[in-house]
Design a protein around this ligand. Structure first.
Ligand SMILES: [Zn+2]
Ligand SMILES: [Zn+2]
Length: 668
């Protein structure tokens, strides 16, 4: 008997058996085929994962596959292997893993609209000048290209550790040219959509004849399907995208690049909670090709892997533009030069100097809105979200209070709802308040604010960034959104406000993130001939993190962090996973976690912590708690998680929502 085991998008950790389709047009079905089957009363799309000769279900109860969809290529064996790996590593049913990896159109039972035939891709009339280098690589870049280029054709992970502005992209482009010459595909992953347009333009300029697939979740469905199909058919030589690009079938994969590999947005925070970076490394391993992790501030896991000899490290220690140097970082000691409306005198003077010289400055504060708290000073009331354990953020542009955790919003009350005091005070500051202060200090300056509020609609961010590059603004105020990857030629000064907020966090990853953010934002300054300067306002100028930042000394910062983590028993010296639960009452969540924890016999190999409520316990009306497990042994951890998830998928209470997060990075 021929039985096909099919992955379906249902929250059950099993495959479903079907018989071959009665019509023999496409028979026999193979693993990787997209098929339409009846499940319950509905027709659904599934993926054939394997062919077997027997089923635990009696043959008379097995239903046949209704039809095979042939509008997209059959999913290749290495892609099915990737899905199996992700499903078992991240403890997510195979059916949901597979469905989540496909573009939405390919999950529909309707066949794709027929595509117009396109001109043959440039690859077929292989010209000599398919690669247009933007400039001559400097010796460090050329050395990196040689070393990585020599590894083409075999699996080898590299860390390309390049200071900001060191020209990592040029290294990628040179390598991709070699990969295309061999007839292979290159997968290039970047953290954010906002970065893609500038980078995309650069890739198109360098490879004017190449078919480049752009893949990210903000694409409209049709465009995403086309890009995916081009990649899956092997027609696109270059696939450039966010983390989901790692899940695309690539039949001729010859190189993987993960740019800004430390960026937390490579980790998906819902559904399949996978790391795009780690999936990319797995891809390279299966395809037998090098993987390049590029960054100025590597993730400590990556740095550790270099120390252990698992990854090869290549340094780009200097800026690529001739004459450009790393910016001078100065700490503004707020205990000597106290802040007025958020700004120390030294900071204001530095801004004034740049304005007089017609140079751009960036004021960085990683908090959007006007102020994070609206409070009554006479009774102590503060505007809080009813659905979350969090304060509402005051937004001045439309006089609204917004919850940044669940999206709740309301109008600003006229008076304190508790005592009637009409004088409610905003406490602390966000980008809108900083913009207001700057406008008062420098009425003649043109100010541009860039954050998630100013760039809500598609294309707005891009337009604003283009304006900044043209020199349409003197002062920029922005969040993290401005820190990453952008190249503003006229920017020579960066001022950082509020850095102390994350200096003493309970999250052991906060320092790593703060250093990365500050190094990134500092890196926006002085990328051309004019020297750049960075001012960081702080009350703790002696803090080792700031001292390392001033010296641009990532290695010593990383070594200090790693030795702290080793003695405290944190990753990367142990492996971690979190079981999270949410319910209408906190006790329900906590009881659920206690019960799961008690369901296994404790072993030496795995440490199970007591369940604890989240820091922001209530979010969107649900009370959240989590259970952390740690082990030095990955297999021991995985086998515990498998035992848990098998039990929970089979039977879990209806009043609790739960998920497992393997290698978690967010603990709010
Ligand atoms: Zn009051
Ligand atoms: Zn809320």
């Amino acid at each position: 008997m021929n039985v096909l085991r099919v992955a379906l998008d249902v929250p059950l950790a099993t495959l479903f058996d079907y018989l071959p389709a009665p019509d023999a047009l496409h028979a026999p079905e193979q693993p990787g085929d997209r098929v339409v089957v009846t499940f319950g009363r509905r027709e659904r799309v599934g993926i054939v994962m394997e062919r077997v000769t027997d089923s635990t279900i009696p043959p008379e109860r097995l239903k046949p596959i209704l039809r095979v969809l042939t509008d997209a290529p059959r999913l290749p064996a290495d892609w099915l292997e990737l899905m199996r790996f992700l499903s078992s590593y991240y403890q997510r049913p195979l059916g949901e893993t597979v469905a989540g990896a496909l573009p939405p159109r390919l999950r529909s039972v309707k066949a794709l609209p027929k595509r117009k035939l396109r001109a043959l891709s440039a690859r077929d009339d292989a010209g000599e000048s398919r690669f247009v280098p933007s400039n001559q690589p400097n010796p460090a870049q050329a050395g990196a290209v040689e070393r990585i280029g020599a590894a083409l054709g075999s699996f080898r992970p590299f860390l390309l550790h390049g200071v900001t502005g060191s020209g990592k992209t040029e290294v990628y482009l040179q390598l991709i040219a070699r990969v295309l010459d061999r007839g292979h595909q290159a997968l290039v992953m970047v953290p954010e959509i906002g970065l893609t347009p500038q980078l995309e333009a650069r890739f198109r300029h360098a490879f004017p004849l190449e078919n480049i697939s752009i893949l990210h979740s903000a694409l409209e469905a049709g465009a995403r399907t086309h890009a995916w199909l081009d990649a899956a058919r092997g027609e696109a030589g270059i696939v450039l995208g966010t983390r989901l690009a790692a899940l695309t079938p690539l039949p001729r994969l010859g190189l993987v690049v993960v740019d800004e590999e430390h960026d937390t947005s490579f980790k998906q925070q819902e559904g399949l909670r996978y790391s795009g970076r780690d999936a990319a490394i797995f891809r390279a391993k299966v395809a037998g090709c090098p993987v390049v992790l590029g960054t100025a501030t590597p993730a400590l896991e990556t740095w550790h892997n270099c120390r252990m000899g698992r990854y090869e490290r290549i340094d780009l220690p200097e800026r690529a533009v001739p004459g450009a140097t790393l910016p001078r970082v100065r700490l503004v000691d707020l205990s000597i030069d106290p802040a007025d409306h958020g700004f120390a005198r030294g900071t204001v003077e530095a801004l004034r100097g740049r304005l007089a010289r017609g140079e751009q400055s960036l004021v960085f504060i990683n908090r959007r809105g006007y102020s994070p708290v609206l409070a009554c000073e006479s009774c102590g009331w503060a505007a809080g979200c009813e659905r979350c354990t969090a304060n509402l953020v005051l937004h001045s542009t439309d006089r609204r209070l917004r919850c940044h955790h669940c999206g709740w919003e309301e109008t600003v009350p006229r008076a304190c709802p508790t005592c009637g005091n009409p004088d409610l005070r905003p406490i602390g500051r966000g980008t809108q308040r900083v913009e207001e202060t700057l406008a008062a200090l420098f009425p003649e300056a043109r100010i541009a604010r860039i954050d998630r509020d100013s760039a809500r609609r598609r294309g707005e961010l891009e337009k604003a960034l283009e304006g900044i590059r043209r020199g349409d603004a003197d002062l920029l105020v922005g969040t993290q959104l401005l820190a990453k990857g952008h190249d503003f030629p006229g920017l020579t000064l960066v001022c950082v406000l509020g850095a102390d907020n994350s200096l003493f966090s309970t999250d052991y990853r906060a320092a790593e993130r703060l250093f990365a953010t500050l190094a990134q934002v500092a890196g926006r300054s002085g990328r051309r001939e004019q020297a750049g300067e960075v001012l960081v306002q702080t009350r703790f100028p002696k803090h080792p993190l700031f001292e390392a930042l001033v010296r641009h000394d990532y290695p010593s910062f990383a070594e200090a962090q790693l030795s702290d983590r080793e003695s405290a028993g944190f990753p990367p010296f142990v492996h971690e996973a979190a079981l999270r639960a949410e319910a209408k009452q906190l006790e329900v969540s906590m009881d659920f976690l206690r019960e799961v924890a008690a369901s296994v016999t404790p072993t030496e190999a795995v440490r199970i912590y007591d369940p604890v409520p989240h820091v922001i316990t209530r979010r969107a009306g649900y009370e959240r708690a989590q259970l952390l497990v740690q082990s030095r042994s990955r297999p021991a951890l995985q086998s515990l998680l498998t035992a848990w998830s098998e039990r929970l998928f089979a039977d879990s209470p209806r009043n609790v929502r739960w998920h497992l997060d393997v290698d978690p990075i967010e603990f709010d």
